[in-house]
Design a protein around this ligand. Sequence first.
Ligand code: FES
Length: 324
Amino acid sequence: MVMRVIEDMKTELLLTVTERRDVADGIVELALRAPTGGRLPSWTPGAHIDLVLGDQLTRQYSLCGDPSDEWTWRIAVLREAEGRGGSKYVHEHLTVGSTVASLGPRNHFELRSGSDFIFIAGGIGITPILPMIAATEKSGHTWELHYGGRCSESMAFVDRVQQLGSGNVTVYTESENGRIDLDSALGTVRPGTQIYCCGPSPLLDAVQQRAVEWPAGSLVVERFAADPSNAAGADGPGFEVVFEQSGTTAVVPPGRSIVEVAEEHGISVITSCEEGVCGTCETTVLEGEVDHRDSVLSAEERGSGSSMLICVSRCNSGRLVLDL
Ligand code: FES
């Protein structure tokens, strides 16, 4: 399964922008279709795609439309003044009729079975949550959404989530009723309930702290930036890596990443964040014990040992064999 998903990520697909509309201050929603009008790869709620935005710029955007629409993908992009250029590119260059290459979809934020769901979204973090709520509503499970933002004008899709169940939605705006009340959302432990949270790091950190008393595995988060509790980075002892497909063996010294060493040996790796957040560099592990340092793989995925994020993760066994 992991192998199939990783292979899918290596296939670029050209998309055309067929609709563009402003959905909140600084947030634009795009509809993307195959230029030929054909069916697009299927996806599940929580999935994202990578868009290749000019040279050296690959960025991830959650799919926020309807998975049963096999012809259209929808994303919503917040223009980030302090960002690294991806959102600026989308806002300035992607208009109706533009084409853009994509990779994916990939899903590390998959909806698991549960009797009850609590969704917590901060700002643009609402995008993966939208199809999750729609799927939960369709399946008949109960759900509630706690959605926070700076002010109502900056919050996308409030109407859309309220249409799915207005009684289940609590909206918090910092300018009116403050930040999301995590005591009320998570104060009572409810075994069997799954918590899904997406948004800026301070919100995710606060939710993780507030949920410590909940049963293990109750909370699933999707991050835009590296989790500070992970030792992401190139620190750690050196090790040997075998790039099986290319027949190359190399040493990854302390202070260097597997990606850097692969590129030095002429082995091309698709990367984006290079800090263990996006999942783009996920690679199949054939042998060896991984020292996982990313913010993407779940405990279950780490436990299987079948893949790793080679921009940050390292090795605990002195030698890794990778399907590269
Ligand atoms: S490039 Fe983003 S996780 Fe490695």
